[in-house]
Design a binder for this molecule. Structure first.
Ligand code: ZN
Length: 447
């Protein structure tokens, strides 16, 4: 006769039974004992060693963070280490990720940090501060990316690279663009395998041929060309080199075009959005992109607000050095008609409420798009990409990128009226203007 005894927590079958008040499997038993130890740290330790108020808040945030995940012994050790660190170091309140990185560096110099196992406690605290809205998202701080990139250049030119970065920053070029162009310069430098300040026109032309031979399309080669050209032009101007190796080289620009979905796909997607049987999350997502032209970044930070039965989407406002004003209104009020759209909003909201209830949160953050597990936080670009692919697979059986759907939105708006309407959905005048003349190419799945 076999006895089926289940663990009280995870309901898995328990093989070895020890006489205790509760029946737990070995995994849950271990988790329970770790939880108890963390609980002791949480309740008693901060008082015993007299932590400052801010340090105590940070410690609480750290414990909240680790409790979301499966606990391990090294983490328990880290919780103790952090306590001792916080009791001997006064922390200046964090207002930027740079401060967080500085503190985490100092911590790792004094205590053991195992990447991939324990990670750094200050990064975890930083993530919690993002949830609380104190810090901007980690991915928007590029200081670490710069440091890593600079270290990959030969030592004798790192100062030149640093000055070049400064020059580009002063021109209000976005960090992301500077980093991409630095990566291109780095690739080129590894390929030529000589001092990049000594290259000549031939080296550059050979590099372009090399890129073509590797199957790169002109579309991808032109940006490489431009990045290198800007760098050498600056080197010449800063009198680092005597002659610009780009002098006399002509760049052929690729044909400009807008890739959009054809009418058949558009009508299939619209049918899916209107169909009451469709998954409301997917239908709603497709509607927001195809009708309102939302971008990945809009989607990950947007929050929802429902007052008096009106569904509103609130966009994030952040300071961008290059853009001084916003075209788009911060609040998008969704219309109650047509009827199918109103019922889609209601179905979406019901599902959203359920999902929100399942997730852990340190403060109310009503993000429009919610993660499927763990805690309420903004979704990454990759997750949104996956969600859009899932939705288009369900609607038309094809993976269609968000950018193509968004361009289709622009195309639809500009063919049904004039393209000035696009500026009301937050697109710049130049970008809208493209829709009045650029040739359309229909999206086709590449195999
Ligand atoms: Zn169990």
């Amino acid at each position: 006769m076999t006895l089926n005894i289940e663990c009280e927590i995870c309901q898995k079958e328990v093989k070895v039974i020890k006489v205790r008040k509760h029946i737990y499997c070995s995994k849950c038993l271990k988790q329970n004992s770790l939880k108890k130890k963390i609980h002791v740290l949480e309740k008693e330790a901060p008082q015993l060693i007299n932590l400052g108020r801010y340090e105590r808040d940070l410690y609480k945030l750290y414990l909240d963070y680790i409790k979301r995940y499966c606990l391990k012994h090294p983490i328990l050790q880290q919780a103790r280490d952090l306590l001792s660190y916080l009791s001997s170091n006064e922390i200046v309140p964090f207002t930027s990720w740079d401060q967080v990185y500085l503190e985490s560096k100092q911590f790792s110099e004094n205590y053991k940090v195992i990447m991939g196992l324990t990670g750094n406690p200050f990064i975890k605290i930083g993530k919690m501060l993002v949830e609380l809205g104190v810090l901007p998202p980690k991915c928007e701080n590029y200081s670490q990316n710069y440091l890593k990139l600079i270290s990959r250049f030969p030592d004798d030119i790192t100062d030149i690279i640093k000055n070049f970065i400064e020059f580009r920053k002063n021109r209000n070029i976005a960090d992301k663009s500077i980093i991409t162009s630095l990566e291109r310069i780095l690739f080129f430098s590894t390929w030529v395998n000589i001092d990049i300040l000594l290259v000549n026109q031939n080296d550059i032309q050979n590099y372009i041929i090399h890129l073509q031979n590797r199957g790169n399309r002109q579309h991808n080669i032109t940006p490489v060309y431009l990045s290198l050209s800007v760098f050498y032009k600056w080197c010449k101007h800063a009198k680092i080199i005597l002659a610009n190796p780009f002098e006399g080289i002509k760049i052929s620009r690729p044909r400009k075009e807008v890739i959009v979905c054809d009418d058949h796909i558009v009508s299939q997607i619209m049918e899916f959005i209107k169909n009451p049987k469709s998954n409301p999350e997917q239908a709603f997502l497709l509607a927001l992109i195809l009708i309102w032209g939302l971008k990945s970044n809009d989607l990950s930070h947007a929050k929802i607000d429902i007052t008096n039965g009106v569904f509103k989407i609130i966009f994030r406002r952040k300071k961008i050095s290059t853009i001084k004003y916003y075209n788009r209104k911060q609040i998008l009020e969704l219309p109650k008609c047509p009827e199918w759209f109103f019922s889609l909003q209601k179905k979406f909201y019901t599902k959203w409420l359920h999902q929100y209830g399942q997730l852990k949160k340190s403060c109310p953050n009503y993000y429009l798009m919610l993660p499927r597990y763990r805690s309420v936080q903004t979704l990454t670009k990759d997750t949104i990409k996956t969600r859009v692919f899932e939705a288009t697979m369900a609607a038309v059986g094809k993976k269609i990128p968000l950018s193509v759907l968004r361009k289709t939105c622009g195309h639809l708006h500009s063919t049904s009226s004039d393209s000035s309407i696009l500026s009301t959905i937050g697109w710049s005048r130049d970008y809208c203007f493209k829709y009045t003349w650029m040739p359309r190419v229909y999206f086709q799945k590449k195999f």
